[in-house]
Ligand binder design. Sequence first.
Ligand code: S3P
Length: 430
Amino acid sequence: MTDWKIRRAPTIHAEIKVPGDKSISHRSIMLAALANGTAQITGFLPSEDCLSTMKAFQQLGVKIERVDETTLIVHGTRGKFTAPSGDIDCGNSGTTMRLLSGILAAQPFRSRLVGDASLSKRPMKRVMQPLAQMGARITAEGGDGRAPLVIEGGELNGIAYTSPVASAQVKSAVLLAGLFAKGTTSVTEPEQSRDHSERMLAWHVAHPRRNGLTVSVLGGQSLESRDFDVPGDISSAAFWLVAAAAQPGARLMVKNVGLNPTRTGILAVLIRMGAHVNEMIESSEGEPRGSVEVRGTRLKATTIGGKEIPNVIDELPILAVAAALAEGRTVIRDAKELRVKETDRIAAVAMNLRAFGVQVDEREDGMEIVGGCPLHGAEVESFGDHRIAMSAAILGLFSEEQTIIHDTDCVATSYPGFYETLQRVVKSKK
Ligand code: S3P
């Protein structure tokens, strides 16, 4: 288990790139595997989560060549897979388990999906229920909708599903199953969640339709193979964006980052907090992408809630750090979903911020953070959660004394190379 020691940073002046987008990398393999030929994926995120998806599809008989760390060639099988010889290990990845459930529900064989201790505690009923309505037979061996999941695949019928949660994983699992179902399958969400699956389906010429908060696909289609370039992950860039935004005089440029409007809520929040943010979209092919420049300032508190939450859900731990560095009381609400992420992120963030001397009032659906006080160094846990570890590292850059973060190996889940970029960014003094 690796521990990190972090010291206060000088003013940041840096230009960086971040690794490929995690959500898009998962989908790039899945959709390429469902398509009718060979496709090259560039900019792929070689993180543990995405490698779980890659291995899962290899187990299902899909030939995937790794040209280099971030380039894959996927030989699509038109959605016809072979029965896996053993369990499919989804590791820590909720996206792998939930989206794969949708695809496997339609395969004419039995599969068993397992995950690590954290994934085995996460709620799977949210995908099991709609898939069962489509005719899928899925059993949760962990009890109460928890993995391992045993899926006896078979024929599916299209449904019109209204999801109680704004979850891209639920929406995507149902839409992917819908590709195999009889008739049309639609999903309506309470709020718009990230739309990568819809865009990726369109890229592969599956013609998904959107009508307000409803997306639908027609079953029985064959997807066209097309090369795809994955942009950098704005959720990874978020750590550096917050670090620079909260440092008066800092300047940071992030190049080739995904700027899908269902993911850029963090930029809007930082602007509200007073940061100078310049977003430059350079291409919109497949997924919008471009550069983001941030100039730092003394941040001020804000309220984050309502419709905005699905758009910033993965950034809330680092936005809580921004709040700790901002003048005033920041309120995060309507974010109950944080309790069922890789760890209970409300409890973990509250505990870690307090360890640095920040006043935090925990709420069932969020927290209130009183920012702007000097931070002392702290010794904190990652709780096995990548985003908790990286958020604590950024807070450490603003603390008087040394910070120690335990058990940081989990960062490989989404951001291999985070620590190396950290070293570079803190040496970036003009
Ligand atoms: C993801 C969707 C979100 C997000 C997760 C990735 C995806 O989860 O938090 O990190 O790739 O679809 P939910 O669908 O549970 O909101």
